[in-house]
Design a protein around this ligand. Sequence first.
Ligand code: MSP
Length: 504
Amino acid sequence: MKKYYVTTPIYYVNAAPHVGHAYTTIAADVLARHKRARAVPAHLLTGTDEHGLKIEEAAKAVGRHTIDFCDLTSAKFRDLWKHLDIRFDDYIRTTEKRHEDKVQELFALLIKSGDVYKGRYRGWYCVSDETFFTETEAAPDDKGRRLCPNAECRKPLQQVEEESWFFKLSKYQGPLLDHYAANPGFLAPAHRASEILRFVEGGLQDLSVSRQKVKWGIPVPGDESHTIYVWFDALINYWSATAGTSDLWPADVHIVGKEIYRFHAVIWPAMLMAAGLPLPKKIFAHGWWTVEGKKMSKSAGNFLDPYEITREYGVDAFRYFLMREMPFGNDGDFSKAALKKRYNAELANDLGNLVKRVVDMTDNFLGGRLPSKPEFKDDDHAASVAKRAGEIDAKMDALDFSGALDVIWEVVRGLNGRVNEKAPWKLAKTDMTECEKVLFDLIWSLRLVARWIEPFMPCKAAEMQTQLGVRLVLDPLTAEDVLNGVQQHPGEIRKSPPLFPRKE
Ligand code: MSP
């Protein structure tokens, strides 16, 4: 059976990971976990992009051998993913033989088919972006400087004139436009898709895909004086990592940041077309984080370190905040004040406090055990909560993570309202049958909530499940189970510490 195959960009190893990298990887993990919870086998690929001038120069700057430098930084990414509870299934490095072999194989194939041909490149190159620019794109500014046209970069460009292999990108303008038209979900979200459409409609130029002067790269097969352009090499990772498997390719979704959307939405599909390989089903570009209102940059020295934040708030609250604060696809700002506010209001108060109240009352009034299933009626609250499952799944399937959390929190707030309205502590004195029924209903609803938050907050979801007397992570509870009152691994429900202690 084909697995649901989701990928992150492979990150450059010139610097340590920061919040931006964590964001994409967490999103991919949330999606993969959501699929697994619905019994869809999912496969998450991440890794590191290790060739090219930028990496070579970064290694030189700290006086290390390039590969040692790559080993070190690649390990930092991998360690951070473990720390952040990313359940990746594979971790690819472009310096691995399994990848290099496939890149050469594909390059050789394209030379043979004529889609890759030799010519001479004259133009400009940005090392920081590892991107070629034409004479017009690199036009001098009013001070006569040739700067990277990318507004986020603006570093000085290098002039390049050398023999080069080219990829016939221009040939794929028509096929790409046809593919976009025939597959409306291929490019997402819609506003980014239209940018790509306009770009491709404007015409495509053949792309230089080898460098003579760059040594740190994969040699062109049969022409070892050239190395393969780092982006051409890097994009292939999604496919090279599937070598020897039959249940992965094509990918179901590539998740990338908006600044590298053209590479993924134009060049990569054209490469696959040229190679006669099936195209991924979706390429999703998310937006960018600023930090406290400012762009993260070396000069500002404001790269936000995920370890620092998780030390204070824990891994799950960090994951939650990233997925909740900015709708997937939009831009947003990461501020400590916003994190603290959401933590206290939504996690400590709305959810944590609710769980604590319900669990404590179940311990106090029912001795930690639920009665066997009282008859559910249509107007029972747990039944209406269970009915929201479809909505949440639809939002998750559409990568609308904050939208899914909105629905979950609507439910959580509804449950808080219900506790206040039904006042089980009063019922415990006047009508024990009704008290049992209300608590039964609340516990069941919370068991569902725990299952819904699992992709976002795997640890807290497990903790919450334990408090609610179930172990669902390995054996997910479905909305149907709730409607049928299925009791899984029923355990005692005992007073427990708060899930999210308040931050003062
Ligand atoms: N190596 C290339 C990708 C090759 S994929 C075949 C690359 N690497 S990178 O290290 O620069 O990582 C870029 C990615 O990191 C972005 O596409 C995005 O996923 C993530 N982010 C980096 N900074 C970010 C923000 N400030 N905000 C959100 N995501 C950001 O490009």
